[in-house]
Every structure is written in C-alpha cells, then in structure tokens.
Design a protein around this ligand. Structure first.
Ligand code: GLN
Length: 292
C-alpha cells in the first residue's frame, strides 16, 4: 500500500469511529509508524509502506478506534511548540493550557525586573511538566520549582525538562500541594505561582469522554465535590510563598472563573479572567496584595 492510500484508509477508519479530527490523527499515527514528519508523508504519497509498517499502522488505528488517545499511541504531545513525552501517569497537555503559560509570560515581561534578575516560579501539580518546562524555555532568567503528588509524574516531568534542555533551572519536589514543601522554600520567595489543578467535580467524571475518563490519571482530574477543592487550598496558602505583588495564575474549568475570582478576592488584587481560543474563561489571575 502507498502512503497516500494508507492515509485515506486510516482517515476513513478513524472517521467511522466518530472521532472528530480523523485526517489529523491518521496522519499522526502514520508519521509515528514511519518515523517521519508530516511534510514527508505529504511529499512522498507514492512511496510504498513496508509490510511490517502497514501491519503496525492498522494495529494502531484499531487501538485508536477502541478509545486510546492518539497521544498515548505515539507517547508524545506538542505544547507551546515543544515536544513532551506523555504516559498514563500524566494529564495530556491541552492547548487551552497554553493560555495559562502565555498569561504568566506576559506578566513577567511587563515587570520592571532587569533581565539578569531571577524570576522564581512555582508550578503546583506539574504533571508532564508542560507548564514548568515551557516557562523555563521561554523565560530565560526563570527558575522553577515544580511540585507534584505523583512520583511517576515527576519522573516524566524531569525527562521532559531534560529533553528540552531546561533541567538545570527546574527543581522537582514530591508534595501534595504545599504540604511537604521544605521550609526553605517558604518566605515569600516566589514571583509567580502557577497551577492547572484537578478541577472536574467528582460526579462529572463519569460523563467525560472515554479518552479523558479512562486514560488521563484520575488524580489530575478530580477536583472534589464542587471541583473547587484545589483552588481553595492553593489560594489559602499562596501568600506563604508569593512575594507581595507576585502573581497567582490558575487554569479553571468551564463556568468556574467567577467562583475562583471570588475566592481570590480580599487576598489578591488586579484579578483578571482570560479567555481561551473557544471564548471560555480559562485563566484567573491576581497579584498578592502589597499593602499588608
Ligand atoms: N482540561 C481537562 C479536561 O477538561 C481537565 C484538567 C484539569 O482538571 N485540570 O479534560
């Protein structure tokens, strides 16, 4: 079978399973099997697949139609134009979360700090490390503390930091939120605290699509009864770590922005809500009050 026909056939197979972006996903799987990039498959449409490649391709398409996310098939996901390894221990990076990273980058850019000043950032619930690694990558003078309750997630995040050449500016800490963070990290040290915490209300998890419900780790999704449990915990403790005037930036789920902004009121000023590409309020941010 030639590449062009394989792509067409793969697209049809994925489409028949009701998956939304069939051409894209068939292309990604084909690239993975061939070990080539997208440009190659579109410029070498007449090349024959080897029988072993063909067999592997259809096997993986079957896996995809059974509900396995394409990122678990290839083991990678791009985020902020950087490659990230993913597995069953981490939430697959979502494009929406790029808004959170951009919010932090924009705030840092607008500070009057000199370029040689360190920008200290804490990422709570780092997962794959997509937020910590991309902030380290794009903010050259940043130093990141990446925290997660899962040792396996931290291991994955560390690999991603190494693969993107920023491991020397990220410290990884095994902790449930702030609970087990060593005391030397306290004391209003941080310019920014950022987090994409679990925010799905427990009862709603069973209604999520199979790809999320069965393949993203529950510990990365379950935000307690009303989905706001981790926002309360983070907002209550953030001032032990944040410098006065420092930024707290949180990703929120659909319909949660007002509730999270209300939780921040009183302790934070300049509270802002930022929309994602679908027009949904996705990030709530605010600065620790300076006059205490
Ligand atoms: N954005 C994920 C989803 O809706 C949830 C991630 C989270 O709870 N932080 O599938």
């Amino acid at each position: 079978m030639i590449i062009r026909d394989a792509l067409k056939k793969g697209t049809d197979i994925i489409k028949s399973a009701g998956i939304e972006t069939p051409t894209l996903e068939a292309g990604v799987i084909l690239c993975h099997v061939l070990g080539r990039d997208k440009i190659y498959i579109y410029t070498h449409g007449d090349n024959e697949l080897q029988p072993s490649q063909e067999e592997k391709y259809f096997e993986l398409l079957k896996k995809r139609t059974s509900g396995v996310p394409v990122q678990h098939i290839t083991g990678t996901q791009e985020f902020m134009s950087l490659p990230f390894r993913v597995n069953e221990h981490v939430l697959i990076p979502r494009q929406d979360t790029e808004i959170l990273v951009e919010t932090v980058m924009e705030w840092v850019k607008n500070q009057k700090t000199q370029s040689q000043d360190k920008v200290k950032i804490m990422d709570i619930g780092t997962g794959s490390g997509c937020i910590a690694v991309s902030l380290a990558y794009y903010i050259g003078n940043s130093f990141i503390t990446a925290v997660d309750i899962s040792e396996m997630a931290l291991r994955t995040a560390r690999l991603n930091a190494e693969a993107n050449n920023v491991a020397d500016r990220i410290i990884f800490i095994h902790s449930n939120l702030f609970e087990d963070i060593p005391s030397e990290y306290f004391g209003g040290l941080y310019d920014v605290i950022v987090s994409n915490p679990p925010y799905i209300p427990t009862e709603d998890i069973k209604h999520l699509q199979k790809e999320v419900r069965c393949f993203d780790p529950l510990v990365a999704l379950d935000g307690g009864q009303d989905g706001l449990e981790f926002y309360r915990a983070i907002i209550n403790r953030a001032d032990d770590f944040l410098k006065p005037g420092g930024l707290l930036a949180l990703e929120v789920g659909f319909g949660q922005a007002d509730a999270v902004a209300a939780l921040m009121k009183g302790k934070f000023e300049d509270i802002r809500k930022t929309k994602d590409l679908s027009g949904i309020e996705r990030v709530v941010s605010g600065c620790r009050e300076t006059a205490l």
